[in-house]
Design a protein around this ligand. Sequence first.
Ligand SMILES: [Mg+2]
Ligand SMILES: [Zn+2]
Length: 218
Amino acid sequence: MERRTDAAEKLDKISETMRNPTEPTPRRSPSINRAIFLDRDGVLISNVFREDRTLGSVRKANEVIFNESAETAMNLAIANNFEIFVVSNQPDIERKLINYGDFTEIDNLLGNRFGAISETRYCPHSGENECSCRKPKPGMVYDLAAKYNIDLGKSWMIGDRSSDMQAGHSAGVNIICIPPLVCGVLAERTCKFPDPHLEANDLLSAIAIAINQGDQCA
Ligand SMILES: [Mg+2]
Ligand SMILES: [Zn+2]
């Protein structure tokens, strides 16, 4: 039998109830079939330094520092007929480095701030081989694309790490790498994805690229 942590089971439950409420899935228009898949940490909110000075994801709601231009960027995408999804690895859940209540509180903060997000998917796993959702695997992208009938060839992945680029590349979406936000400031670019991909200076520029290139391809 597959090993399941309590946290992972709770996560499944919360994913169902929070992101798939009883009301119909919120869609701006049934004709929208292209999406922007966003990484969370370093993109929508800052990574932070831990006490040992290592860089990581937030573990408490009061550590959350939002990307100040993310809301504007998402609204621009929505106005240009993109669906917005967030796909995020959260291995601290399985590693029990984040309390489940804190995780939910942080997710709620994002949900309240970014009304443009249609759905957020989290991979709570920490191992490389135990699941199909952990980026660089494309599982979360595939799941959302199937659920929302998204044309992956017209869609984009924007992230700050090679694993984001690989997940997008494997799923067949266009990929753009941006520098990570660290403690509210754009840090040095860390993405070392080997295959050709686009780079932008920040999230807003990346979304502008997606909009412009999408128009050219339409
Ligand atoms: Mg990231
Ligand atoms: Zn996973």
